[in-house]
Structure formats: C-alpha cells, structure tokens
Ligand binder design. Structure first.
Ligand code: SF4
Length: 281
C-alpha cells in the first residue's frame, strides 16, 4: 500500500499561553519552556517536512507568539516556500510584531474568539482585556492585507451567541469563520461536565446551522448559475478540503475535490504555482 505524502503539518511550538481556557486541548502535564524543542530542531523539522512534500504549516500551541524565534521560524518556512498559517489567541501580538512577522513571509492568520460579549469572553479565557486585544489584532491583520480566519470555540457558556460570533467575524473582515465545538481531551476532558452544551442548546444551534447552510448554498448556486459552465471555488483553506460547484446541463453538482486538488497541488510544489492552481479551481 502506498501512503500519500502529507500536505499539511500542525506544529505545536509551545504549551505556554497567557490564557486559561477551561476547554484547552493542551495536555494536562505541560512541557516547560526549557523542555521545548529548540529553534534549530524546529527549522530541521520544517525542512524535513518540506522534503516529504508538505505544502502548508500551521503554527500553533499553546500560544505560538510566546516564542521569541517565531520570526525566524516563519522566515525559514517562507524560504522553503511553505504556506504558513499562524494560529493565535492574539493577546500577545501587537501591530508592530505582526508586521515584523508578516515581513518574514507569513501567509495567513487564524485568530480565536471566546465570545462576542467582552466580559464573558475575558472570563472564559481568564485574561482581562483579552477580547479588546483580539479585536485590535484582527483589525491589524486585515489592514496588512493578510487573510484572516476567525475561530470560535463553542461550549455551554457561549453557544447561545453563535450567530453574533459569525457576524462579528464578518464585521472584522474575516475571509473565513470556523465554528468548532470543544474537543474533549486535555483540559477539556477534565472539564467536560462543565462545558457540554445542554440538549436544548444543541438543538437550537443545529436549527440555526441548517438555516445558514441552506441560505449559503442558495446564494452560491445563484452565483454559479449566473456564470454557467465554469467551476467555482468555494473554500480553499486546505488543499484537501476544497469544495467545488459545477453546473452540467441543468444539474448542479457539488464536488468534494480531494483527489484532483491534492494531486494538482502536490505536483505544483512551488507557492506561485499553488496560487495559480487555486485561481483555476
Ligand atoms: S487560547 Fe488556546 S492555547 Fe491558550 S488556553 Fe485558550 S485554548 Fe489553550
């Protein structure tokens, strides 16, 4: 059996984070700073990943901006022409450092939100003033022209605000919104009883989600029908989750374009080629 080369690498650069979310997927026993992998080791890992065929690296944690060598790591990845996604809580990053990181070749920022209500958001993250810092960072990301994804982790204490969170992300200028329910491992597993939404909350959110999907599909189909004959790119975060819509005759086909997109992108090893390939999908 042939195992295909990996496309993306999620790198947890550190377990350190100034926030204290009860749903954190960090392990219950955290690595101390002195036990973290050193800069040279990370650079070697990214070089080896590149040799393996990896195209994207997701720099996460903990809070990756807690590392002083983040600029060096991103610069190294950019030289290898890897697509870099910084996954951050945003509270340690000001506009000046963001610019310095962007200058090293950062491609994308994913910013987490705890809630729309600043008080509740700060309480969930255990960091006073954190929500305001996140909004400021989101604005700085958009101003720099970097694509922004807003990631909202939902649970019992914010799930009722899901539609407002989506609206806030749009108002911030996010190109993409991720609503992710807590994953129950690490600290989240320890706190599961406290975090699990009630049945009533879950049913209400399901109804909201179905409505949104139907509205969005109707909008996309209308858009595609207006340009009959072409294939439309709907989502292009990861090469393996591209969804395309195509009109053939009178039939609208939704296509989960894993194989062709992955093969095409694997073939187009260089960043410029990848971007051109994305435009064609
Ligand atoms: S911001 Fe992320 S890494 Fe930090 S405590 Fe919250 S979930 Fe964990």
């Amino acid at each position: 059996m042939t195992v295909p080369a990996p496309i993306g690498l999620l790198a947890e650069l550190t377990h350190r984070c100034p926030l204290q979310c009860a749903y954190c997927s960090n392990p219950v026993q955290l690595d101390r700073r002195q036990l973290e992998m050193q800069t040279g080791d990370w650079l070697r890992v990214f070089s080896e990943a590149n040799d393996l065929g990896v195209l994207q690296v997701h720099l996460s944690g903990g809070e990756p901006t807690a590392r002083d060598d983040l600029e060096q790591i991103i610069g190294h990845c950019a030289k290898l022409e890897l697509y870099t996604n910084l996954i951050t809580s945003g509270v340690m990053l000001n506009g000046e450092r963001l610019k310095a990181i962007a200058d090293q070749g950062l491609d994308h920022v994913q910013l987490s939100l705890q809630d729309v209500d600043p008080l509740n958001a700060d309480q969930i993250g255990g960091f006073k003033g954190g929500h305001a810092k996140k909004l400021a960072l989101g604005a700085a990301v958009v101003k720099l022209g970097l694509p922004l994804t807003v990631n909202a982790v939902i649970h019992r204490h914010n799930i009722q605000n899901i539609s407002e969170m989506v609206q806030l992300a749009l108002d911030m200028g996010a190109k993409r919104v991720e609503i992710a329910h807590v994953q129950y491992y690490g600290w989240a597993l320890k706190n599961r009883a406290h975090l699990m939404p009630t049945r009533e909350q879950a049913v209400a959110v399901l109804r909201y989600g179905q409505q949104q999907i139907e509205q969005e599909l109707a909008r996309i189909v209308a858009d595609v029908q207006a340009q009959r004959g072409s294939i439309h790119r709907v989502d292009f975060k990861n090469p393996d989750v591209i969804i395309a819509i195509e009109i053939v005759g009178n039939e609208v086909r939704y296509r989960y374009d894993h194989e062709t997109a992955a093969a095409r992108l694997r073939w187009s090893r260089r960043r410029r080629t990848i971007r051109r390939a994305a435009e064609r999908i």
